[in-house]
Unconditional design. Structure first.
Lengths: 276, 276
DNA sequence: CCTCATCATTTCGCACTGCGGAACAACTTG
DNA sequence: CAAGTTGTTCCGCAGTGCGAAATGATGAGG
C-alpha cells in the first residue's frame, strides 16, 4: 500500500472514474528497484482484492501497458508505459532549453543542479547536471524527492497560486501528520523567501547531510510549472554560500530559461491523424 | 481516431475493464508532435462522447497523469506519465548492456543500429546508435516504426512463439487489409530467413529509400523479447552488404547481449514499501 | 503417487458505477 | 445580440465492474 494510493474519500464524486484510477494504481506499484511482480504482490501493494487485480492486469496486458511472463506468472511494465513516457518527455521543451544553463551553473558551483516536475507528492527529476566533484549526490533523471521537505519541492509549491497550493499542502499534511509542524513551517518560510529573493533553502531538511536551494520555474503561456534546485553534501555547500551566491545564480538561470522560452511558437493541436 | 484504438469487439469479454481501456486511450492520443489538447480534440481522436471525456480527463488530472491549463482549457501529459516511463526504462537492463555493442556496429557499418520493444502494432525505439555518416536516418529513442513493414518489426514477430504470433498477425492484417498480401509474405519470409540465418531483411519495405536488417533479441529467463536493426539510406547500404556482412554481425551483437545478460541476478519482488 | 500448500483464474448474481443524450453554462465571433 | 464555439452538469437506465466463494494450476513434501 503506497501511502495515498487508495480510493479514499472519492465516494460521492460522480465525476471520478474509479475503475480507471484502480488500473493506474496497478501500474504505479511497479518501482524502478524491483523486477517483475506477480498478481499476489500487486494485490498486496494496491490493497485490492485478487480477482480485481486479475481483471486489471489482464486488461493492461491486452493494451500493452504490462508485459506478461507466462512461465513465471509475473508482470512488468510494457511498451505502452514506455511510449507514454517518451511522448511526455518530447513535450518537455524546457529540458532542452534549461540543460546548458544548468550545466554551466553546476560547473561553477561544483554541485548538482536539477530540474523537476511534480508527480503527486514528489518532485520528479527530469534533468540533472553534475558538477565536477565526484562526491555529488546520485540523483538521476527519474528519481523522486519529497515535495514538502526538499528545496525543489518547496520552490514548486511556492510557485503555485493560493488556490492550487492549499489543497496540495492539505494532502501533504495528511500523509505526514507527525511532521505537520516542520513541513508547514518550512513551506511558509519558502514562500516568504521566494517572494523576497526568488529562491528558498533546505538546510538538512530532506536529508540531514544535504543542503540545497530551490527556485520555481513557471513557463509562459501556462506551459507548466517546474522547479530548479542546486544542492550537494553539506560539508561542501555551506548555508552561507547557498544564500549569498548560489541562490541568486539559480534564480538567474530560471529567468533565462523563461526568457528563452518566451515566444515558444507553441503549436496547438496539429491535425496529424493516421500515422503510427 | 487512431486506427485500432476503439473498444471494438471487446463486448462479451467479462475480464476486460472497459473504463480503464478508455482512460488509457485518452492518454494515448497525445503525440510527440503536438502540444496540449482540449477536451473536444480528445473526444474527436478517441471517438468517445464529450461527457465521457470530461470524466476521464478529470480523473486523469486528479491522478497526475494529465496536467491541466485552466486558462486555455487544455491538457498535456503530466508527471504521472513521465514517472511511468522512467520506471519502465529503469527496468530495461538490456539497454545498458546492448548500447556499447550497438555503437560498435554502427561505427563499423556507418549505419543506424536500433533496439526496439513492441508497443501495440509498432516497434518503439528504446535505444539508437548512429554511425559517423551524417545522412543517417533520424530516428531517436521514442520513435515508432510499423511492426509489419520494418526489418526490426518482422524480426520481433519471428521471435515470438506460434501461439503469440498468430493473433498478432491477425491484428496487423485487420489494420491494413489492403496490404495483406505484402505484409504476410514479408513476415513469412522473415521467419524463414531468421530460422536459417538469424536475421531478416527489409529492402525498401518500410520506406522506399531505406534498407535494413533485423534480428530478434530474446532475453533469458523470460525477461522479454526485443529486436535489433541496422539500417540506413538505400544508396549507402546495398542489399548485398546487408545480407553478407551486416546481417551476420547484427546476429552476433544479439548473441553477445543475450550472453552478457545470462546470469542476470534478476531480483524478484523485493520488499521495499514505504519509500517515495 | 498422492496430499496439502500457494497462487491465479473463473463463476455468478447483485448493486452501483459509469454512460451518454440533452440541457446548461461560459466564452468568442460576426 | 444572435449564432457559433467550447466544456460541464443532470439524471435515469443498463450494463459493467465487483468480490466472496469455487475451481484450476503448480509445486513441495511425505
Amino acid at each position: 500500500m503506497d501511502g495515498d494510493s487508495i480510493r479514499a474519500e472519492r465516494t460521492g464524486d460522480r465525476q471520478f472514474v474509479m475503475a480507471l484510477a484502480r488500473g493506474l494504481d496497478v501500474l504505479r506499484v511497479f518501482r524502478a528497484e524491483d523486477g517483475p511482480l506477480g498478481n499476489q504482490e500487486i494485490a498486496r501493494r494496491t490493497g485490492l482484492p485478487k480477482p480485481t487485480i486479475s481483471r486489471l492486469t489482464y486488461t493492461l496486458t491486452q493494451l500493452g501497458y504490462l508485459s506478461y511472463d507466462r512461465r513465471l506468472g509475473v508482470y512488468a511494465l510494457g511498451g505502452g508505459a514506455l511510449a507514454l513516457g517518451y511522448v511526455a518527455l518530447a513535450n518537455l521543451d524546457v529540458r532542452r532549453v534549461a540543460r546548458p544553463l544548468m550545466q554551466e551553473l553546476a560547473d561553477i558551483c561544483d554541485a548538482s543542479v536539477g530540474l523537476g516536475a511534480r508527480d503527486r507528492l514528489n518532485m520528479l527529476y527530469v534533468e540533472n547536471c553534475e558538477g565536477r566533484n565526484v562526491v555529488a549526490l546520485r540523483v538521476a533523471a527519474g528519481s523522486r524527492i519529497p515535495l514538502g521537505q526538499s528545496a525543489m519541492g518547496r520552490a514548486y509549491i511556492a510557485g503555485l497560486t493560493d488556490k492550487e497550493r492549499t489543497p496540495l499542502i492539505d494532502q501533504i499534511v495528511r500523509k505526514f501528520p507527525d511532521e505537520k509542524q516542520t513541513i508547514v513551517r518550512g513551506i511558509e518560510r519558502a514562500i516568504r523567501d521566494i517572494e523576497r529573493r526568488g529562491f528558498c533553502l533546505a538546510i538538512g531538511d530532506w536529508r540531514k547531510d544535504i543542503n540545497g536551494v530551490g527556485a520555481p520555474l513557471a513557463l509562459p503561456n501556462g506551459a507548466g510549472l517546474y522547479a530548479l534546485n542546486c544542492g550537494g553534501p553539506g560539508y561542501l555547500l555551506k548555508g552561507k554560500d547557498l544564500e549569498e551566491t548560489y541562490g541568486p545564480m539559480l534564480v538567474q538561470v530560471a529567468q533565462k530559461v523563461v526568457g528563452a522560452m518566451g515566444a515558444p511558437a507553441r503549436r496547438t493541436a496539429v491535425e496529424r491523424r493516421g500515422a503510427p
